[in-house]
Design a protein. Structure first.
Length: 270
């Protein structure tokens, strides 16, 4: 896609996210809006997947460890053809396969049940190790949040991934600087997160998390003998002025007036 086409697609995905959350009056807009370009870089430029055969053995695995960002993942999976787009408007309904957090037993294209924060990196590491032992060329990508990076299990998984030289594993951090209780630096600062992953044995990159080309470039940079970490610097609530960089939009749905205002902003072509 051209840059203009990418921007148009990103706005459409954000509108779909907001429509899902407004319709069910529940969910997490802030982190869903911040992760859009990261997932676009994976699904439209990098990951080898087959919507017609979601269980294809040779596929790359994409895991959304920050499971509350599921609306963004659902919007992209629908756009790629894993399931009909009209399913999106049943988000969080009892009879829907699209629950508040990803469920691999219900939704085509979902690789792991996530939502208990921190576990996604461990799951991804286990998958990457199994694929290497099978001599599979498939890769594993895991998208994490900065709040969940405060979990100890993330660093245990990082130590393991480096020890076993999992160069088929890429960890992408949606680093928007905010979590449910406020700024990361006030809750529990991450410090030099690239430096920390580097000290654990990762090859590290830091990019603009809303620049699809930069993200894809880092993902596709060859690295041998070690896992890869990509810090994607993003804005929580990206695309909507009153949600951007506002942690109060971590976990609440917009009312009708707020929804209409957000959609109006996203309709504007810059």
């Amino acid at each position: 896609m051209t840059i203009e086409e990418q921007n148009t697609k990103a706005r459409q995905l954000r509108k779909d996210i907001l429509r899902m959350l407004f319709t069910c009056q529940s969910g997490h807009p802030g982190g869903s809006l911040s992760v859009v370009e990261i997932l676009m870089a994976l699904y439209y430029h990098t990951a080898r997947v087959d919507p017609k055969n979601p269980s294809w053995e040779g596929r790359d695995r994409v895991i959304l460890s920050k499971g509350h960002g599921a609306p963004a993942l659902y919007a992209i999976l629908a756009d790629c053809g894993f399931f009909p787009r009209q399913d999106l408007w049943r988000l969080r309904q009892a009879d829907s396969h699209l629950q508040g957090h990803p469920d691999r037993n219900k939704t085509p294209g979902i690789e792991a049940c996530t939502g208990s924060l921190g576990q996604g990196v461990s799951i991804a590491g286990g998958m990457a190790m199994a694929l290497k032992r099978k001599h599979s060329p498939a890769r594993v990508f895991v998208v994490t949040g900065d709040g969940e990076t405060q979990e100890g299990i993330v660093w245990e998984a990082a130590m393991s991934a480096a020890h076993y030289q999992l160069d088929n594993l890429t960890v992408l951090l949606d680093h928007n600087g905010l979590q449910i209780d406020g700024p990361n630096d006030e809750v529990m600062g991450l410090g030099d997160v690239c430096g920390k992953y580097r000290s654990f044995g990762f090859e590290c990159f830091s990019v603009d998390g809303h620049d699809i080309g930069a993200i894809a470039g880092a993902i596709n940079t060859p690295v041998q003998g070690k896992p890869k970490f990509i810090e994607c610097r993003t804005h929580k609530g990206e695309g909507v002025s009153f949600m951007r960089d506002n942690f109060s939009w971590h976990g609440k749905a917009p009312n009708e007036e707020q929804y209409n205002k957000a959609i109006e902003e996203l309709e504007v072509t810059v």
